[in-house]
Design a protein around this ligand. Structure first.
Ligand code: ADP
Ligand code: ZN
Length: 724
């Protein structure tokens, strides 16, 4: 028997399978899609078995494979196909596609194996008459009769001597079994009878539940989208069908996830980015073995190895993080969802209060089926939004707070209601610069400002991890004038404690959420009413549902408007609508105050009236005029090298080549990438604007192949990129 094995070759951007002989003792266990250990040069590597045959293709000595890693198939036939699709779609390697689909413990690697957790269980050897046993023995046997088995540890706690006796008499047998590390609580929650609008949405989707239709639920914040998802899933569950639910990030959507968990208890697996590798492995195995019917998680949950998918739901579909853009393959979860939905011939359901322009435009052209939920559940009103022009505040403002915001916070607190304050900032921490000469501390390896981390009092590079102590003396002018720039949440917190000394504030930002479980703790304590004000960065804008919050304040709406990105208006509009949606979700009606220096900007004006349609029309006009998505697709070709001249010269060559071969495509560049140097690698880029992807794909494929074996140059392509 000969197998074809796909391995990951470090530093090489190459896909190749290698042939190995299978020793007789392994022949029974070899299957396509499992991992094996093979010799490779002087090392041993793990690889995926992609082919099995009974004869050698060429007439040369083959090496023997060394060992089998998996008893069960890791890459089932669907995932094998899906990998090929990703390879084709993103022009990345097949091995990188497979690796990205799997949890760490199941990737092909060098050696390390995540141990299964084994436990000893006791079971009955044969049928017994329980009356024949007394006391502790009977107690243990009763549990086994009821649950089929008992952990030996637990039985020993009842009576170790009874266990010994029962084993000796051959009444019980002992077995070692794999156990899962996570405990799944069950706490049943009541479900709401759906409102007529929700019911209609559910019916519309279920009508086409056996077709490969993509739905877009455009529902205002609080319109009950989550209830709709759960109803859909429950209906499918009754038919034995499985579902995947993607959420932006589990820890940021803790409340939604716990609603799912409470309703579906044992049938659900939660793929949390903060699970340990072992826990992730266990969850993955539960899914692969069919012990789970619903999978909820962030981007990578789209690869969950369910075999009978009935629906794929993507909540907050406008979220950036659904696209993997930091490493290859640069895939979008939505494309994967569509591919898998086609494979299983089932619907994809997208939901958002502020869909991307791309999705809404598709819905308008009937590529997607649009479902509108224009009202909050039970006719609750959307919160009133007031825009405060900070240019006009003058002496009325105190620190970062306008007069209006101060007085609204005051009356809200007096009514014993809660406040959410958003500090609109892109990063989660601030950077440091010299007050005297303006010098900013940059990473020595990457062309990017270091960010300041208060807890460790260090400056760190978010690209390469470089870290250094904060110095107060400026390395450039020598003055003792290095300070943290920009308003941080800590500064706002200090201002709050002066303005409202008796109010209790809890902060949610990069610093306060770095420990495992801290998001959850903050959310829970705010929910219980232990705090009056929740102050945070972007991470508080999504999904939170606190009935007692009746005021939302945005400290500065402008920061995200100023980012040099063609999506900055859209991002700002989305953020403002999302955070406004946190107000007035309970019985009491809510209010929102947005402080801004750009009160006339259309993103802010349309957010004020909750007018998605108006924003959409205006933004589409601008995108049309400037030739951006959704009118043109954008793809970035990056030319990377540790040698500056090499990178520069190659980028002009690549530019020439693309210009010659892509006549209908608009080319921008070559220019330096927005971060010019990362980890001592220089980065040039060429942006392609085009209408038809089929034209550029073969040309780019050729480009990649041309440089594949060039050790000095790396070509990196981000198809249909979100940001340039
Ligand atoms: P969205 O996801 O659209 O923001 P949610 O599903 O979170 O909306 O619903 C908003 C609030 O309304 C939640 O507190 C939810 O429990 C409640 N809710 C949803 N559907 C119903 C219903 N049919 N009856 C009563 N309350 C509901
Ligand atoms: Zn760096």
């Amino acid at each position: 028997m000969v197998i074809k094995v796909l391995v990951e070759l470090s530093n090489k951007n190459i896909d190749k399978t290698f042939d190995y002989l299978v020793p007789q003792k392994f022949e029974q266990q070899i299957q396509i899609g499992i991992r094996v250990v093979v010799p490779f040069g002087r090392q041993t590597l793990e690889g995926f078995v992609l082919g099995i045959s009974n004869e050698k293709e060429f007439d040369y000595e083959l090496k023997e494979m060394i060992d089998i890693v998996d008893q069960d198939i890791i890459l089932n036939p669907e995932l094998l196909e899906l990998g090929k699709y990703i390879q084709e779609k993103t022009l990345s390697t097949l091995i990188s596609a497979y690796q990205t689909m799997l949890p760490k413990a199941l990737k092909a690697k060098k050696g390390v194996v995540v141990p299964k957790k084994m436990e000893h269980y006791l079971r009955l050897k044969e049928k017994i008459e329980i009356e024949n046993y007394k006391g502790k023995q009977q107690e243990i046997l009763k549990i086994i009769l009821e649950k089929q088995k008992i952990l030996k540890k637990e039985a020993n706690d009842i009576s170790a001597s009874s266990v010994k006796t029962l084993l000796k008499k051959g009444i019980l047998i002992e077995q070692e079994e794999e156990v899962y590390r996570l405990k799944h609580d069950s706490e049943i929650v009541k479900k709401y009878p759906l409102t007529p609008l929700q019911q209609k949405a559910v019916d519309t989707i279920l009508e086409k539940k056996d077709t490969n239709t993509t739905f877009l639920i455009h529902g205002v914040t609080g319109s009950g989208k989550t209830e709709v998802y759960m109803e859909l899933i429950e209906t499918l569950l009754q038919e034995g069908k499985e579902s995947i639910v993607l959420v932006p990030e589990i820890s940021l959507t803790e409340q939604i996830v716990s609603r799912f968990q409470k309703r579906f208890t044992d049938s659900i697996a939660i793929l949390h980015s903060r699970l340990s590798d072992g826990e992730k492995y266990d969850e993955y195995r539960r899914i692969a073995r069919g012990e789970v019917k619903i999978v909820i998680g962030a981007r990578s949950a789209i690869f969950a190895p369910l075999k009978n998918i009935g629906m794929i739901i993507i909540d907050e579909e406008h979220t950036d993080s659904y696209k993997q853009d930091s490493c290859n393959p640069k895939y979008h979860a939505l494309d994967i969802a569509k591919w898998r939905a086609k494979y299983h011939s089932c619907p994809v359901v997208l939901g958002s209060a502020t869909p991307t322009l791309e999705s809404y435009a598709r819905a308008k052209k009937h590529v997607y089926q649009l479902i509108e939920l224009k009202e909050r559940v039970n006719h609750k009103e959307l919160p009133k939004i007031e825009i405060v022009d900070m240019n006009q505040e003058g002496k009325r403002r105190i620190g970062s707070f306008s007069k209006s915001l101060i007085s609204e916070i005051k009356t809200t607190l007096e009514r014993k209601e809660q406040v959410i304050l958003l500090l609109n900032r892109r990063g989660y921490s601030s950077f440091v610069s010299c007050k005297n000469c303006g010098y900013t501390e940059k990473c020595p390896n990457c062309d990017i400002s270091l960010t300041y981390h208060k807890t460790s009092n260090m400056l760190r590079c978010h690209y390469c991890g470089y870290a250094t102590n904060l110095k107060t003396e400026c390395p450039s002018c020598g003055e003792e004038a290095m300070t943290t720039l920009g308003i941080g949440t800590q500064k706002i917190e200090e201002e709050l404690s002066k303005l409202f000394p008796s109010a209790k504030t809890i902060r949610m930002d990069y610093d306060t959420t770095s420990r495992k479980g801290s998001h959850e703790r903050i959310i829970q304590s705010f929910q219980k009413g232990e705090y009056d004000i929740l102050l945070g960065t972007q991470m508080i804008a999504k999904g939170l549902d606190f009935p007692n919050v009746t005021l939302v304040g945005v400290i500065q709406a402008d920061t995200s408007l100023n980012i040099p990105d063609f999506r900055s208006s859209e991002t700002t509009f989305q953020l403002l609508c999302q955070v406004a949606g946190r107000s007035g979700r309970g019985e009491k009606s809510g209010k929102v105050i947005i402080q801004t220096f750009n009160p006339d900007h259309y993103a802010i004006r349309y957010a004020k009236t909750h007018d998605y349609e108006g924003f959409f029309q205006q933004e589409m006009m601008i995108r049309h005029k400037l030739g951006y998505s959704p009118y043109y697709y954008l793809t970035v070709v990056r030319i990377l090298s540790s040698d500056y001249n090499e990178a520069k010269n190659t980028s002009s060559k690549v530019g020439e080549y693309l210009k010659k071969n892509l006549k209908e495509v608009i080319l921008l560049g070559p220019s330096v990438a927005s971060v010019f140097r990362i980890n001592n690698i220089y980065r040039f880029q060429i942006v392609l604007k085009y209408k038809n992807e089929e034209i550029i794909r073969p040309i780019l494929k050729e480009l990649i192949e041309h440089y594949q074996s060039n050790s000095k140059i790396k070509i990196d392509i981000d198809f249909d990129c979100l940001h340039i």
